[in-house]
Design a protein. Structure first.
Length: 390
């Protein structure tokens, strides 16, 4: 079906990066407690690959998102919101028969109801079987719009979520990973979602991950999927990628090169407002640094900074501070990096002019239900645990 023209801000130029995968409509409750006690829901959108696309665009990397949506209000909302972030959606197909995927978020509270999940806990309820995006397949490569974007991309970003959606989606990933091009880097985020693999075989995942150039793994996710979250063990398990990036529960991210070089960088101290989307923001920051040719430590720092800004904003998307502030933080000493604090009010640290607070500028007006951690900044949650829940 012909694509709809979706208005959005002026784009940065021809896409440098392309992200492929499903995004869905999201219904967010107006109060904590079990779903049967919720009176109203607010409509939003969510999806790991479109989150990464939006964050890459905000970081100055022109990016396209390729997927399928239904010919329905949820699909139109999804296209409009992703396009509003400056992402190229020209190769997103509108399916006249299959619906846009949907999930509902349930937020725990202190209601006393016997089905209440409890404070700080949440659960996602998916309605995505038979969605438009589940019909993705290698036939996508015959679409002139998608073929054009893929041919010009210097970075192609994929995730393990897509592999779980259908046989066609799995075949598409295998085809894209087999199509090696000298000027194109392929990144792959595990994005382990156990609920998606109940009736599918996760043994298909390791060959996909090992075929990427940059592999992004949460240590906790890798432990659940492969039995280990140890960075060195995961590097041995996946020998082919040029770089394996492991985000561990100790708040440190380690990048391990094929030649055995390993660089670890601690996360910034963050006063968390909303955890959703931080893992996708880290991926975007790290990949933006890769596209720009930054050294490994600065790539990791840009990932941490991007995640920290997402953690201190409502919703999945947040904007980095001004470029001079970013440069100062990427170049600062380990001691000054460790002394930097990120809150909803801004960033403070000795690397900044006169150690003053530099405001952050959230780009999203989402008001996801959240449980702030309090007024004392603390190390941010592991980015592996705070990716856009899909």
């Amino acid at each position: 079906m012909p694509r709809e023209d979706t208005p959005g801000p002026a784009r940065l130029g021809p896409p440098t990066a392309v992200c492929v995968g499903e995004s869905m409509a999201v219904l967010l409750p107006d109060r904590p407690g079990p779903l049967e006690t919720v009176e109203n829901f607010r409509l939003s959108v969510g999806g790991a690959e479109s989150n990464v696309a939006g964050a890459l665009t905000a970081l100055g990397v022109p990016t396209a998102w390729i997927s399928r949506v239904g010919d329905d209000g949820f699909g139109r909302r999804l296209l409009a919101e992703v396009a509003a972030r400056g992402v190229d959606v020209s190769a997103v197909s509108v399916d006249p028969r299959r619906p846009t995927g949907l999930y509902l978020k349930e937020v725990g509270g202190s209601t006393g109801h016997r089905h209440d999940l409890g404070p700080g806990r949440s659960r996602l309820h998916y309605h995505r079987r038979g969605s438009a995006a589940a019909a993705l397949s290698p036939a996508l490569l015959d679409d002139p719009a998608a073929a054009r974007l893929l041919a010009g991309a210097r970075l192609l970003h994929l995730s393990g979520i897509t592999a779980a959606l259908s046989d066609g989606c799995l075949a598409l990933l295998r085809t894209l990973l087999a199509d090696r091009r000298p000027n194109r880097l392929v990144s792959f985020d595990l994005n382990w979602r156990p609920s998606l693999w109940y009736d599918r075989d996760p043994a298909v995942l390791p060959p996909l991950l090992d075929a990427a150039d940059v592999l992004l793994l949460g240590a906790d996710e890798a432990e659940a999927a492969f039995g280990t979250g140890d960075p060195a063990a995961l590097r041995r398990r996946f020998p082919t990628p040029a770089t394996v990036v492991v985000k561990d529960a100790a708040r440190t991210v380690t990048a391990l090169e094929r030649d055995g070089t390993a660089i670890a960088e601690p996360a910034l101290a963050v006063e968390v407002v909303e955890a959703t989307g931080a893992g996708d923001a880290f991926a975007a920051g790290y990949l933006a640094g890769t596209v720009r040719g930054l050294d490994q430590r600065r790539r990791l720092r840009l990932g941490h900074l991007s995640a920290a800004c997402a953690l201190t904003a409502h919703g999945d998307q947040a904007e980095l501070p001004p470029a001079p502030v970013v440069t100062a933080l990427l170049d600062t000493s380990p001691a000054d990096w460790a002394a930097t604090r990120v809150t909803a009010d801004g960033i403070t640290g000795p690397a900044l002019p006169a150690a003053r607070t530099v405001p952050t500028s959230p780009t999203s007006t989402d008001t996801h239900p959240s449980t702030p951690t309090g007024t004392n900044p603390s190390p941010s949650p592991s980015p592996s645990r705070t990716s856009g829940a899909r």
